[in-house]
Design a protein around this ligand. Structure first.
Ligand code: GLU
Length: 443
C-alpha cells in the first residue's frame, strides 16, 4: 500500500526528484507505525499530508543597477497548517524550483511539529542569485518579491524567515516593503529580523548552536562527549559558522569547512573571528580566508571536505552534498557522529552506509530544528511586545533541542528501532501532525 501511494505521488508530481526523495524517506520509516497501528494507514490522510494546502508561483520583475530588466520566479508553498500558521524560510538560489521548495516545505512540516511549538509548515523562495549583486539590486528584488507575496502573509497566516541566500539584510528589505504596503508594524509576520527592530537574540546562532547541542546529546547516549573531538563542517554560511562556534565552546576543535570553491583545513582549529569577517560580513570566498591566515590554513580548491579525518561531521551547506562515497570515506576515517545542519544534505545511499556502520546520525528535521524553534520564540516575543536576553533565549533553545532529542530517541525505541533517529524523527513528527489533522476533520 505504501508503494502504491508513493507511486501515485510520483506520477502526480513529475520531475520533482528532491520532493520524491523526502516523501519516500518518510513513508519508508513509517512502516513500523502502520504495522502496529494499522488504523493510521489511511490513504486519504497520507495523501493529504503529501499534498500542500496551497502553492503560489509568481513573477518577480526587477531592474539591475544598469537598468537591465530581469524576470525571476517566486514561490511560496503553504504546506500544512494543522499545528499552527505556515512557518518556514525563503531560499534565494539559482537552483530553486518547485520540487525543491516542496521538499523543503514537507520537511519543515514535520520539523516544526518536533519543536513542540505551535507552527505549521511552509517554504518559499526564488531562483534569484544574490551572488555578486549590489545591496541596491538585492533591495529592489526583495521589494518586487514582497509586492506579490504580502497578500498571502500575516502573523496568523504565514510567517517566512531566512534560508540559503536570505539573511538579516534580505529580511530587512522584505519587512520594510510589507510594512509600507500594509501600513502595519506587524513584527510577527517575518522572523530573523534585526534585534533592534523586533528580531530575537540568538536567532542567527540558533540553527548551528542547536545542531551541536543535538549532536552532543546523541554522543551522550553512548557515554561519549563532544570535548576533544575534531569537527568537520561543510559550508561556511550562517549555520556552519555558528555550529563551529558552539562546538568550540564545548571543547571540540572545528578543523575544516567549505564553500563552493573548495575547503579549508586547519588542524589547530579554524579562526572563527576571521571566518565570520570574511564570509558573513564581507561575503567573500574561503580562499580569501586561507590567504589571510598565511601558512596556518591549507586551502584545497575543488576538494571534498569529507576527506578530512574527524570524529564529528556536520553537513551544513545544502541538499545531497554527502553521498555514499563520502560516507564510506568518513566511516573509514573513524567518524562517530553525523548531524545534519542543512536540509537533507545526506543522500539515501550515504544514510545507509552510515547506519550500517553504526554511526550516530541526526537527520536535519530534528538536528537543525533549533533555527525555526527560535523563530517561534521570536514570534512569541513579538506577540507579547517583549525582548528577551541572549542567555534566556539560548537556554530555551537548549531545552527545546534536548526535548527533540528525547522525543526522537524514545519514539525510535517505542517502535523497536533503538538509536535510529531517522525513524524516531519521522514517526514522532508524523504522529503529531496526523493527530492534529484528524482532530480538525476533512479540510
Ligand atoms: N530555513 C530554516 C529551516 O530550514 C528556518 C526557517 C524559519 O526560521 O522559519 O528550518
Amino acid at each position: 500500500m505504501i508503494e502504491k501511494l508513493y507511486d501515485r505521488i510520483l506520477h502526480r508530481n513529475p520531475g520533482e526528484k528532491e520532493f520524491h526523495q523526502a516523501v519516500w524517506e518518510v513513508l519508508e520509516s513509517l512502516k513500523p507505525v502502520f504495522a502496529r497501528r494499522p488504523e493510521l494507514l489511511d490513504e486519504a490522510l497520507i495523501e493529504r499530508l503529501c499534498e500542500p494546502e496551497r502553492q503560489i508561483i509568481f513573477r518577480v520583475p526587477w531592474a539591475d543597477d544598469s537598468g537591465k530588466i530581469h524576470v525571476n520566479r517566486g514561490f511560496r508553498v503553504e504546506f500544512n497548517s494543522a499545528l499552527g500558521p505556515y512557518k518556514g524560510g525563503l531560499r534565494f538560489h539559482p537552483s530553486v524550483n518547485l520540487g525543491i521548495i516542496k521538499f523543503l516545505g514537507f520537511e519543515q512540516t514535520l520539523k516544526n511539529a518536533l519543536t513542540g511549538m505551535p507552527i505549521g509548515g511552509g517554504k518559499g523562495g526564488s531562483d534569484f542569485d544574490p551572488k555578486g549583486r549590489s545591496d541596491a539590486e538585492v533591495m529592489r528584488f526583495c521589494q518586487s518579491f514582497m509586492t506579490e507575496l504580502y497578500r498571502h502573509l500575516g502573523e496568523y497566516t504565514d510567517i517566512p524567515a531566512g534560508d540559503i541566500g536570505v539573511g538579516e539584510r534580505e529580511i530587512g528589505y522584505l519587512f520594510g516593503q510589507y510594512r509600507r504596503i500594509t501600513n502595519r508594524y506587524e513584527s510577527g509576520v517575518l522572523t530573523g529580523k534585526g534585534v533592534l527592530w523586533g528580531g530575537s537574540q540568538a536567532r542567527s546562532e540558533a540553527t548551528g548552536y542547536g545542531l551541536v547541542v543535538f549532536t552532543a546529546e546523541m554522543l551522550k547516549t553512548r557515554g561519549e562527549e563532544l570535548e576533544g573531538k575534531r569537527v568537520v563542517v561543510s559550508g561556511s554560511g550562517n549555520v556552519a559558522v555558528h555550529a563551529m562556534e558552539k562546538a568550540q565552546q564545548l571543547g571540540a576543535t572545528p578543523i575544516a569547512c567549505s564553500d563552493s570553491g573548495g575547503y579549508v583545513v586547519e588542524e589547530k582549529g579554524i579562526d572563527l573571528d576571521l571566518l565570520k569577517q570574511v564570509k558573513l560580513v564581507e561575503r567573500g570566498r574561503l580562499s580569501a580566508y586561507a590567504e589571510r591566515r598565511g601558512g596556518a590554513a591549507r586551502f584545497v580548491p575543488g576538494g571534498r571536505v569529507w576527506e578530512v579525518p574527524c570524529e564529528v561531521a556536520l553537513p551544513s551547506a545544502t541538499q545531497n552534498e554527502l553521498d555514499e562515497d563520502d560516507a564510506v570515506t568518513l566511516v573509514r576515517n573513524g567518524v562517530q557522529a553525523v548531524g545534519e545542519g542543512a536540509n537533507m544534505p545526506t543522500t539515501p545511499g550515504g544514510v545507509r552506509v552510515l547506519r550500517e556502520a553504526g554511526v550516530l546520525f541526526g537527520p536535519g528535521k530534528a538536528a537543525n530544528a533549533g533555527g525555526v524553534a527560535t523563530s517561534a520564540l521570536e514570534m512569541q516575543q513579538n506577540a507579547s511586545r517583549d525582548s528577551w536576553t541572549f542567555e534566556h533565549t539560548e537556554a530555551r533553545l537548549t531545552e527545546i533541542m534536548r526535548h527533540i532529542h528525547r522525543l526522537c530517541h524514545t519514539t525510535a525505541e517505542r517502535y523497536g528501532r533503538p538509536g535510529d533517529y531517522v525513524a524516531g524523527a519521522n514517526i514522532a513528527g508524523f504522529e503529531l501532525v496526523e493527530e492534529a489533522m484528524v482532530a480538525q476533520g476533512l479540510v
